[in-house]
Ligand binder design. Structure first.
Ligand code: ZN
Length: 440
């Protein structure tokens, strides 16, 4: 934890480096990976860590909701251009794709850039200046880390290939990954890697896992309409009863039809049946989220839910429409890519930095990338080790800024390790230490 106060400057697009003058007054946090190299990375972080901190604090102070990340995009573009790179803004106007290096081989690093509709309550000097919006999921940290990795990689004497930087918009209400993919963000990419803040993991450690690490999330909306005569209840179907049958029956049936080990959870968020002038309820709606940790189960759920809802509602006599949207798939980490990441973290920070993590029921649209290319998504420890851990999506989320150089080193080493692994994704994974293998 550090207690350095800093002046936060508003982003400006008309300078080579839009942010950073505040960095001159900032005391850098400890760089726990210092001395592990490569030399150019040590040198870059030694000279520029305060700049990464300043970027993060300014991004934090000016959060933007999904698909409104125009100022953030402008900031990212300005910094990348100042490095001599050629960033490309996505056609939707927010989000950036940019390559560093050259050559036929290419790996991608992804950061999400959007914020949440949460009023910040951290008391930080660089708290959100935007009413009702804050970086309560740590995407400011992800963005600053990827900018730091970009700048460090741009300072390298040479790179073994291309590193594609993906600054993705709209992760919180998912869809931004589709925009990146549609803009060619994965073209030529062998593997993709992402980091996400985790306040449950102590700073200095990176949580990794082979296989599913977040869950698929589907959105369900059931609309029912009464058949029969309005105002003549004895001749009409009962929409509230029908909604109740599904509200209780669908979770009960799913629990018996789906493998319990898949961690499938249906949570209703809304049940409504507005009264009509004649006092008869004619229409109703039921909305919920359906999550599962198993990609195979996820693929079966659309047909299964339709079958069960039809079976439950047929005796009620209501007419109904069921909308089932696949919002995000499981983030299913590839074995070889995870070994690449673990090997890189062990080299960057020491073998003790690689720790296992568990699968969450949370959704993450990084899973869409993994339906196209192999990759791995890891958790960046952000808990200081003292006091309450807090959680993501909370007004009080606090990130230990020592995670910034750790994140930069992790991203840089992961890209270099992936680019130097023999032969691309079809080849054998790189050798890894016994300490690393134990957590696979
Ligand atoms: Zn997030």
């Amino acid at each position: 934890m550090n207690s350095v106060a800093s002046e936060v400057l508003p982003p400006s697009a008309d300078t080579d480096v839009p942010l950073g003058s505040a960095a001159e007054d900032m005391v850098p946090v400890a760089d726990t990976g210092a001395g592990r190299g490569p030399r150019w990375l040590d040198d870059w972080l030694d000279a520029n860590l305060t700049r990464v901190m300043s970027w993060r604090r300014t991004l934090h102070a000016y959060p933007e909701l999904m698909r409104e990340e125009f100022r953030t995009t402008e900031t990212v573009v300005g910094i990348l251009r100042s490095l001599g790179l050629e960033p490309r803004v996505l056609p939707i106007g927010t989000g950036v794709i940019c390559d560093v290096g050259s050559g036929p081989r290419c790996v991608a690093l992804r950061a999400d850039i959007d914020a949440l509709a949460v009023t910040e309550n951290t008391g930080l000097s660089f708290s959100s200046r935007v009413p009702g919006v804050s970086h309560a999921c740590g995407h400011d940290v992800h963005t600053a880390i990827l900018l730091g990795a970009a700048a460090a990689l741009a300072s390298a004497p040479e790179l073994p290939g291309r590193v594609r930087l993906l600054f993705q918009p709209a992760e919180e209400e998912p869809g931004g990954a589709h925009d990146v993919i549609a803009a060619g963000g994965l073209d030529g990419v062998e593997r993709i890697f992402g980091l996400h803040c985790d306040p449950k993991i102590e700073v200095g450690r990176i949580g990794t896992k082979v296989g599913p690490v977040t869950s698929a999330c589907d959105l369900l909306e059931l609309r029912v309409a009464a058949s029969g005569a309005g105002g003549r209840d004895e001749l009409s179907s009962d929409v509230v009863h029908a909604l109740g049958v599904v509200a209780t029956g669908l979770p009960a049936m799913l629990a018996r039809r789906v493998d319990a080990r898949a961690g499938t959870v249906l949570a209703w968020g809304l049940m409504d049946a507005p009264e009509t002038p004649c006092g008869t309820l004619r229409e109703g709606v039921l909305r919920g989220t359906l999550r599962t940790g198993d990609p195979l189960v996820n693929a079966q759920l659309t047909d299964l839910v339709e079958e069960i809802v039809g079976w439950l509602l047929r005796p009620t006599g209501v007419r109904f429409e069921l909308e089932h949207v696949r919002a995000v798939p499981v983030v299913d980490n590839d074995l070889d890519s995870t070994v690449v990441l673990q090997t890189a973290v062990a080299a960057a920070l020491g073998p003790q930095a690689v720790v296992p993590t568990t699968q969450s029921c949370g959704g993450e649209d990084f899973g869409w990338y993994l339906e196209h290319v192999p990759g791995s998504y890891a958790r960046l420890g952000t808990w200081s080790g003292e006091g309450p851990q807090g959680d993501l999506h909370q007004a009080t989320l606090h990130v230990d800024e020592r995670a910034l150089p750790i994140g930069v080193r992790t991203m840089v080493h992961t890209a270099l390790t992936a680019l130097t692994a023999s032969g691309g994704p079809e080849a054998e994974p790189p050798a890894c230490s016994a300490a690393v293998q134990r957590v696979v």
